[in-house]
Design a protein around this ligand. Sequence first.
Ligand code: NAD
Length: 315
Amino acid sequence: MAVLVTGGAGFIGSHTVDLLVENGIEVVVVDDLSSGKPENLEHDVLLYKLDIRSGEVRRCFVEHEIDAVLHLAAQVSVEKSLREPKIDMEINLGGTLNLLELCRKYDVEKFVFASSVAVYGEPKYLPVNERHELSPLSPYGCSKLASEFYLKLYSKLYGLHTVSLRYANVYGPRQRDDEEGGVVAIFLRRALLDEPLVIYGDGNQTRDFVFVRDVARANLLALEKNVKSGEFNIATSRETSINRLVEILERVLGKNLKLVHERPRKEIRRSCYDFSLAKRELGWEPTVDLEEGIKLTLQWFRKLLNLNTTKSNAG
Ligand SMILES: NC(=O)c1ccc[n+]([C@@H]2O[C@H](COP(=O)([O-])OP(=O)(O)OC[C@H]3O[C@@H](n4cnc5c(N)ncnc54)[C@H](O)[C@@H]3O)[C@@H](O)[C@H]2O)c1
């Protein structure tokens, strides 16, 4: 089986590529390296530096017998989608449609899509399950939801097996720690550099944090399981407040952290997602708890920051 992984040089994509290769699966990566990095690819896999919107992507299907596509490449920033909705739509929906069309033309069997819990919008109840109303609050959420609909349509019209995985807040090694990165990565970097952590509002807002290797395993299971079409939450069903996250970081790092409180942002107050459908249909459940995942992420950040120090000293 050969799998085309779009966005394979990115955060979640590269962990997924690692897992696929470790399972003896042939992998081809498409990534324009706009945020992904070739050094994220630990294994020797073929990388096509292409934009998913481009007609050139066809080459991957001509040059390899692709059985399945794992589609992770995306414009990933909610804020950017609000500033530039058209670009978000072109990459996230246009890119997905380009790939679906190639799957149709080249008889690909399966398409697994990195969707997001952003498709739900403000939770009406917790934990949110897949029957919850779909009411995105951003162009990013809209383009993910519209892509899910196209997947379902391609399943109905052409028999392509399609799975949309709605990831919650993913964290772990290789995550970006700039303003577009995740809160765990941003906090860890600032904590290691003795910089203050910025908390918006009272810090009681909650998130559902899922470790990146658990997400990679969900991607692999979605490829392997005989599911014809479906949407699944990939989450932990655990609510963790930002204040609790700080407590865990303080325990793991063994020091008190400097905090700065700023005005609340417009954001969802509580978030927590039910993964029981993924457990039943895909045999997936999270295995790494937040404290353990933070320790693993911390090890990676320590190495990264030391590496950077060595490089800048040398230069
Ligand atoms: N990180 C999260 O918490 C989270 C949550 C829900 C959904 N997701 C989804 O998971 C997927 C992976 O996200 P990530 O967190 O690993 O982000 P990431 O930025 O690390 O990965 C995205 C990858 O796609 C590539 N890319 C972007 N635009 C491209 C284009 N036009 N053509 C080709 N490649 C392109 C980037 O270079 C990058 O390698 C995305 O679809 C994202 O929307 C992520």
